[in-house]
Design a protein around this ligand. Structure first.
Ligand code: F6R
Ligand code: MG
Ligand code: MG
Length: 367
């Protein structure tokens, strides 16, 4: 049977700064979906990563379905009401539009969806990252789907020998979806040339070239582009199908051992290591570091199994320590050079205003 996985997530308020939602808020969103989905959904799960609440849903209505998106939007609105009552910080922060029209794309929440014919056993991983943007997944996806150093299946499995098709979006273009399709392995250098720029080019989907099936789907929202100003980092979600014709769970996870430096961290304006964390982890040091959680499920006839926390393992404690050291290393140089994002990516207006004012005071000697 055909099934659609939809994950919609937003920051609608948190306790003690941009740290984590209150338990009551998570419960409220969950209750709302439970009480109002009627027969719309096969199943759903509500979780949080840092200050973001994610609603993972299974249904048969395809991607960008109005009813499914409206349900999630209304659940986030209901949550926002409670967040306001509780006085949570940043209540309703990511809900940037007043009225719902069609689907939540372009309204603030991040969305990742995929529709496929369910395999007899259908494992997938749901990733949620906080204090970073969608480009944070570029390197792990590149390594997981094109590099046999990380994905042994590219060498060992005949089902993967044709490689994968990457659909990459230019997120600086705001008039519509500007995309390019490139095939790995032949176009691997072109893919790398684009994906090196995490703030401009972002993987949107990956498909198997063997079966044509969808393997990965990433939320590509840039809140910055919707609101025209800083409203929080984009904190991306992602769905990745695993095993069989797709990389194994461990091959997809392996690239997170790099804990790559990504954009985000304090005020969405710094560089920090992407730390793989357990589900439902809060934010801490320097409003970070940027974090990513990975929850593994199987979906069967639309029903989700219990969640299994893919980063809850002693191995990842070791990587978390390495990521902490990397965070300290780059933080030691404060605002200087690579530690803070370039001018174009600084999300707070303050420094831009300072530099504009200072620019007027510059004089060309001798003129
Ligand atoms: C980054 C983030 C935080 C805030 C910072 C200041 O995505 O959410 O680092 O930018 O805590 O927050 P405000 O401006 O709300 O006081
Ligand atoms: Mg926030
Ligand atoms: Mg967030």
């Amino acid at each position: 049977m055909k099934v659609t996985l939809s994950v919609i997530k937003a920051d609608i308020g948190s306790v003690g700064g941009h740290i984590r939602p209150s338990q009551a808020l998570v419960n409220r969103v969950e209750e709302y979906v439970r009480d109002n989905h009627k027969e719309l959904l096969f199943d759903f799960r509500v979780s949080f990563t840092g200050d973001d609440i994610a609603i993972l849903m299974t249904h048969k209505l395809g991607v960008l379905n109005e009813e499914v998106h409206k349900l999630a939007w209304d659940a986030l609105i209901a949550g926002t009401k409670l967040a306001r009552e509780q006085g949570l910080y940043g209540a309703g922060q990511d809900l940037l539009k007043d009225s719902f029209s069609g689907n939540v794309k372009g309204m603030g929440p991040a969305v990742a969806e995929m529709e496929f014919e369910e395999r007899p056993n259908e494992p997938f991983i749901f990733f949620a990252a906080d204090k970073t943007d969608p480009g944070a997944y570029n390197l792990p996806l590149y390594l997981g789907f094109t590099d046999p150093m990380y994905c042994a299946g590219l060498l060992l499995s005949p089902k993967m020998s044709k490689g994968f098709k990457f659909t990459i979006m230019d997120v600086a273009y705001t008039e519509g979806d500007k995309i390019i399709e490139l095939n790995a392995p032949e176009n691997a250098y072109d893919i790398a040339a684009l994906l090196r720029d995490n703030e401009r080019y972002v993987v949107e989907t990956i498909h198997s070239r063997d079966t044509g099936e969808i393997a990965a789907s990433v939320s590509t929202t840039r809140l910055h582009n919707i609101a025209g100003k800083y409203t929080g980092k984009d904190d991306p979600v992602m769905l990745v199908r695993v095993q069989g014709a797709f990389p194994a769970t461990g091959e997809i996870l392996s690239a997170y051992s790099v804990a790559p430096y990504v954009a985000g961290f304090m005020r969405g304006s710094h560089i920090g290591p992407l730390m793989p964390v357990k589900r439902n982890s809060p934010i801490s040091y320097f409003d970070g570091p940027p974090i990513v959680s990975a929850t593994a499920y199987c979906v069967h006839e639309g029903k989700l199994t219990e969640p299994v926390d893919a980063f809850d393992h002693p191995f990842w404690d070791y990587i978390r320590n390495i990521a902490s050291q990397k965070a300290l290393d780059i933080r030691a140089q404060g605002f200087s050079g690579a530690a803070m994002l370039p001018y174009s990516e600084l999300e707070y207006g303050g420094i831009v205003e300072k530099l504009t004012a200072l620019d007027k005071k510059f004089k060309v000697r001798g003129k």
